[in-house]
Write a protein that binds this ligand. Structure first.
Ligand code: CUA
Length: 348
């Protein structure tokens, strides 16, 4: 029983229970609330069925158990019972209908993204739209109206519908912010659309930071394909957009080491990475606001030690990622690069 208890505890830890930034059981927005309702409804119905079946089973076990010697009797031969058959067909049908109606209604209402197509005279959608591109093993978030691109850390306003258009650059991934809603596949062909709404109060409870996941097995580093969501009050979000846009060219390096790093960056990294808000011409993650991030490579603490480890040997941190084995940089250059990258900040 001790082992069993441990296993259950482990299961809860693995399921992310008690982690409000990640848990489906701590819904933090309109979509998550509705999905939570469906979850509870189906669990409720299942529990009801289990309890009733187990009770009938126990009743039959006890009532028809082996009799004492001398009490033996031949049970009656029963062949079919229309009444009983009708009852055990109709009850499940009713339960399925109870489950199906809200499921179908919610599925359609949560997938309603018609609002995106309403555009003003300049062809701009009035809604906040974010184009999500999933890559092996990182995420790109592009804001077409605001003309900014960021990676790994999604920034959204609270208490407002945020519309997502999901797409993949390589294989099938799935976009999921468990505490706020989802998940939905990102495909190479076609675009999937849905929206999420981040509750302002619930966001404050978790210091405005939620965890996102790739929810489709996509390769050796699938489990490491995490992202963060900064859900900010509208004013803070607007300020972030302004700050991002204001970086119309790379922020100048200040320290002499960072200046050295800039040269290394331009020589070795700029082919894939951009440090401008639109990230033009970049195939890899946009690093404009790298210094403001919460994590390195999506899951390591954001400090220079981890950054250097990541640049030196990306394969050991995220097996199968596309930066691995592409180039060799000396330890000296890595120190300079780290200094330069840590200075990439837009948060003023
Ligand atoms: Cu991407 Cu799993």
């Amino acid at each position: 029983t001790k082992m069993f208890g441990l296993l259950v505890a482990l299961l809860f830890v693995l399921a992310g229970c008690g982690q409000p930034r990640l848990s489906v059981l701590h819904p933090a927005g309109e979509v998550a609330d509705k999905q939570f309702f469906l979850l509870m409804l189906s669990i409720g119905i299942m529990l009801l069925v289990i309890v009733v079946v187990v009770l009938i089973f126990l009743f039959a076990m006890i009532k028809f158990r082996r009799k004492k010697l001398g009490e033996d009797f031949e049970p009656k031969d029963v062949e079919g019972n229309h009444k009983l058959e009708l009852v055990w067909t109709i009850i499940p049908v009713i339960l399925l209908i109870i489950l199906a109606i809200p499921t179908v209604m919610l599925t359609f209402s949560l997938g309603d993204t018609k609002a995106i197509d309403k555009v003003d005279e300049k062809g701009k959608s009035k809604e906040l739209v974010i184009d999500v591109t999933a890559n092996l093993y990182w995420w790109e978030f592009s804001y077409p109206n605001e003309k900014i691109v960021t990676s790994q850390e999604l920034v959204v306003p609270t208490d407002k519908k945020v519309y997502f258009r999901l797409h993949s650059a390589d294989v099938k991934h799935s976009f999921w912010v468990p505490a706020v809603g989802g998940k939905m596949d990102t495909n190479v062909e076609g675009i999937n659309k849905f929206y999420l709404k981040f509750d302002d109060k619930k966001a404050k409870d978790v210091k405005n930071l939620f965890y996102g996941k790739c929810a489709e097995l996509c390769g050796p580093s699938h489990a490491l394909m995490d992202f963060k969501v900064k859900a900010l009050p509208k004013d803070d979000f607007d300020k972030w957009v302004k700050d991002m846009k204001s970086v119309d060219k790379p922020v100048a390096a200040t320290s002499s080491q960072a200046k050295e790093g800039e040269k290394v960056f331009n020589k070795s990294c700029a082919g894939c990475h951009a440090v401008t808000p639109t990230g033009e011409g970049a195939k890899g993650p946009n690093l404009t606001n790298f210094g403001d991030r919460e994590l390195i490579a999506g899951y390591l603490n954001h400090d220079e030690k981890n950054l250097k480890k990541w640049i030196k040997d990306p394969e050991s941190i995220k097996p199968g990622n596309k930066m691995a084995g592409k180039y060799k940089v000396s330890d000296e250059d890595i120190d300079a690069l780290s200094a330069y990258l840590m200075e990439r900040k837009v948060d003023k």
